[in-house]
Design a protein around this ligand. Sequence first.
Ligand SMILES: [Fe+2]
Length: 281
Amino acid sequence: MDSNEMDLEALQKENLELREKVAGSKQTIKTLRRNFQGMVQLLTEAISLGNMFLGSHMKRSAEMTKAFCEYLKLPKDIVYLNYYVALLHDIGLVGSKSELIEKTVDDLNDADKKMFFEHPVLGFEIINSIYSLKKTALIIRSHHENYDGTGFPDKLASGEIPIESRVIHIINDYDMNRFKFSLNPEEIQIKMDPLGGSIYDPDLLNKFQGFISHFEKNNNGSAHFIEAESLKPGMYLDQDIILSNGLLLIPGGVLLDGVMLGKIQSFSTNLFHKNKIRVIY
Ligand SMILES: [Fe+2]
């Protein structure tokens, strides 16, 4: 074997070792990513157990964010980042009283209002403590900043607000209008459209309006069919509850609370629904 052949053999060996190392690193990244996904999913399930509405809001926001990013044809890693940021965006509200999540800000007392306005910073602090999630923490911090600089907590404006936060702001408000205030897609569009340029990034809002009609038509991802006795507070009623004599007991499009559940239980033998009831959570 001459020296050229020996060099070639050494080079091939080195190349093979390098490929093995890259394959090993890719596997490690995959495993870390899978662990992270599992951890965040587990956390969201735990949040749902404490407050079903909050957990469902975070899950729905994540699904809608993913679909919106795919609609915008963003690269896969950006879709992935935005999905998990949306899944965590209200983590600063975990452990808060349910009134804080279920009432409008204007209806909260001063102490609760203060807590609500602090939740993006609290969320930032929780996530920022994890070294690899510093960018995620900053996005969470800014998800209530307004495009014109009137939002909170830092009064950032337009390009100062991370684009991911601008996306989540739109999706957060759409979901709250849909499930907290029980507005239909047309009513939400009328409410949100004039806010492009003041509250929301006008360009993103424009793209979102194009996306949402398509999403609403095709999305059944969060709908479930549940027996009447298994309904829980915080579930969104996606159909009317009708009595066997045809009278309407509870209209669809409302968020179930204890009073409504009591009503359903007391009429349980007289419900029209022999099958399961369609809810979203
Ligand atoms: Fe929030």
